[in-house]
Each structure stands twice: as structure tokens, then as C-alpha cells.
Design a protein around this ligand. Structure first.
Ligand code: KG4
Ligand code: ZN
Length: 347
């Protein structure tokens, strides 16, 4: 196997959930192509992601997507320096497709294969193109995860707090489902909330006691359910629905802002980053911008395309590991439960 050549483009494949994605990145951070084939519509009728349906769709999508990404990026397969794929956390049947495809590709070309942590892809996404990742506090908010992490540098992470039940995106999606809004509901609640009054209704904020950096959002969803049972007509009026969405968004974003502020203060750092699908939320972005300007902290936000699942962020994470001389054995299994901060099996 050829060692990784620092100037060669990297192919990354992402298939941890309901998006098949492929991207080519030229180090340190030029995205030559980044394609996402979303299956959201297919899962929408089930109100959530069905692993077997996701797996079958990944299988059909991955090869044409990779070929198209290579073509758009103007890169011939034999010019690639490495092939990387998300290995966890995620849905096992979905991860298997991208990881197996990537291993086959790497084996055929005789270049390094690298197993990637999906959460690390999100964590590094606000720094796309940067050669060094600064020591900072990261708020990662996606459909599957919500956590506060101290990022020392690429590859070195300490989780300070995480959700004990639902993730922030999941909370948005579950409330949206109760309101009869389409999946994934976070975007829809965000859109409707912009017309509403966030102080109209008061929803609970859990684990707010001093020093606590964990999250819990399942009580909020239950509280919205009871509220709707008591006020069944409310969602019939567009203003009522907008006020409810704004109030729910205010409660979720309020907790995220408060805990992020605490984590930064405790760490003594002054650099903050946010990533994951919920990082696209307008109120969260505005709230973080305000918080950081008041406190004099530097805020790193990913571009909107890099917030939801994509392979460009995975290629960027791969590039950092490859530069450190890492690669993964082809016999490495996927890690559906892989947590960031855990040990990656690399050689
Ligand atoms: O990062 P992501 O694409 O997938 C995971 O790795 O989980 O995040 C998807 C999540 C979904 O729960 C979706 O509802 C949420 O991100 N989301 C939003 C917004 N855009 C996407 N939540 C709130 N406001 C948004 N604008
Ligand atoms: Zn994700």
C-alpha cells in the first residue's frame, strides 16, 4: 500500500443515517466536490428513519454518487491519496454500505483506508480549510447527538456534557411530529417560529442546576403533548402555531446557550464552535453570535451546507488524521456505538 501523499485528494463517504454523501477534498481544505443524496422524503412517510430502507437506498446510491463526485472534482481514481468512510456512530446496516464500499475502493487502488467518527466530522466542520484546529469548546447539536466537548486539537477530545435522552434535533423533530409538521421537523419549526412570539408559552428547561453540563429534552416533548391535549384548537390558527413553535424553539435554544456559556466560562477558553444539523437554526445562530459578542469570545460557525450530514466534513476530518500518519486496517469492523473521545483503531 502506498503511504498517504500530503498533496493528494481524499475521497470520503458518509452513510451513517439517511443521507448518502461523497466528497473529494484537496488538502488542506479545498472541496473539489461534495454531493448528498437525501432519502428524507422516503423516510418521511414512516415519521423517522427505517434502517433497512436506508441501507437499501445507500446501496443503490453510493457507486453512482462516488463516480459523479470524482467526475465533478476532476479527479481520476488513481490520483486519490486515500479513501475514508464514516464507521460510526450510526445505523449499522447503513454504515456497512459506505464502509465496505470505501474498503473495496482503497484495496483496489492500493491506498490507505480510514474509518471515521461521524461526530468528529461535525466537530471539525466549522474549521473547514484550517490546518490547525484551535483549543475550544464545541457545541454539537444534531438529530442523533447533543454534546459539549472540549476540543484540544484535531483528534483530542473531552466530552463535558451530553444529552441523557433525546438530542436537540430529535426534540425538534418529535415536537414537529406532534404538531403534524413534516419530517425532519427542525427546519419547519424554525421557519414557523420566525413569525411567532417566543414568550407566549413557557416550556420546561431541564437540568439547569449549577455546574450541570448535561442535557435532557424528553420532558419538553411530553410537556408539549399535554399542552396540545389541553389546547387542541391552538394549532388550527396560524398565529397560535407560530407562537407555539417560537416558544418551543426558545426553550431548546435557551438551554443550549446557557450550557454553552457555562462550559466556556468553566474552561477559561474564549473560542466557541457549533456544529450539526441544529447549527442551522436561526435563533441558535443569532443567540450564539450575541453571546459571543457580549463576552468577547470568538465564534466559529460552519457554512449552512456543512451543518447537516455531508461528506466534505468527513473528508476534512480524514485529512487531519492522514496528516498524523493514521490509517485503518481493512479488517476493521464498523462501530455503530462509537463515541467521540473514544479510541479509534488505527495503524
Ligand atoms: O446533523 P444532522 O444532519 O444529522 C445527524 O447527524 O443527526 O442533523 C439533523 C437534525 C434533524 O433533527 C433536523 O430536524 C435538525 O438537524 N435541523 C434543525 C434545523 N435544520 C436541521 N433543527 C432546528 N432548526 C433548524 N433550522
Ligand atoms: Zn450528523
Amino acid at each position: 500500500m502506498k503511504p498517504f501523499d500530503m498533496h493528494s485528494p481524499v475521497l470520503a463517504i458518509e452513510s451513517s443515517c439517511d443521507e448518502t454523501a461523497a466528497a473529494i477534498l484537496r488538502p488542506p481544505g479545498v472541496i473539489l466536490s461534495s454531493l448528498v443524496a437525501s432519502q428524507a422524503e422516503e423516510h418521511a412517510r414512516f415519521g423517522g428513519v427505517v434502517p433497512e430502507v436506508a441501507s437499501r437506498n445507500h446501496l443503490m446510491a453510493v457507486d453512482p454518487l462516488v463516480r459523479r463526485a470524482l467526475q465533478l472534482g476532476g479527479v481520476a481514481p488513481y490520483n486519490l491519496g486515500a479513501v475514508a468512510a464514516t464507521s460510526g456512530p450510526g445505523l449499522a446496516p447503513a454504515l456497512l454500505v459506505g464502509a465496505s464500499y470505501a474498503k473495496g475502493f482503497a484495496l483496489a487502488l492500493g491506498i490507505p483506508y480510514l474509518a471515521l467518527n461521524h461526530l468528529e466530522g461535525h466537530l471539525l466542520s466549522p474549521f473547514m480549510g484550517e490546518e490547525e484546529i484551535p483549543h475550544h469548546i464545541a457545541l454539537l447539536v444534531s438529530g442523533g447527538h447533543t454534546q459539549l466537548t472540549e476540543v484540544w486539537k484535531a483528534g483530542s477530545y473531552d466530552v463535558l456534557g451530553r444529552t441523557l435522552d433525546d438530542a436537540a434535533g430529535e426534540a425538534f423533530d418529535k415536537v414537529a411530529k406532534l404538531l403534524g409538521l413534516p419530517y425532519p421537523g427542525g427546519v419547519e419549526i424554525d421557519r414557523l417560529a420566525s413569525q411567532g412570539d417566543p414568550s407566549r408559552y413557557n416550556f420546561p428547561r431541564a437540568l439547569m442546576e449549577r455546574g450541570n453540563l448535561d442535557f435532557s429534552f424528553s420532558g419538553l416533548k411530553t410537556s408539549v403533548r399535554y399542552f396540545l391535549e389541553k389546547n387542541p384548537a391552538l394549532t388550527q390558527s396560524s398565529q397560535g402555531l407560530a407562537d407555539l413553535c417560537a416558544s418551543v424553539r426558545h426553550a431548546i435554544v435557551g438551554v443550549l446557550l446557557e450550557k454553552t456559556a457555562r462550559a466556556v466560562e468553566v474552561s477559561g477558553l474564549s473560542q466557541v464552535a457549533v456544529s450539526g444539523g441544529v447549527a442551522a437554526n436561526q435563533a441558535l445562530r443569532a443567540g450564539l453570535q450575541e453571546l459571543c459578542s457580549v463576552k468577547g469570545w470568538r465564534l466559529y460557525l460552519p457554512t449552512p451546507e456543512l451543518t447537516t450530514d455531508n461528506a466534505a466534513m468527513m473528508a476534512f476530518a480524514a485529512m487531519h488524521h492522514l496528516r498524523m500518519g493514521k490509517s485503518s486496517p481493512l479488517g476493521l469492523e464498523i462501530s455503530p456505538q462509537w463515541r467521540v473521545g473514544g479510541v479509534a483503531e488505527t495503524v
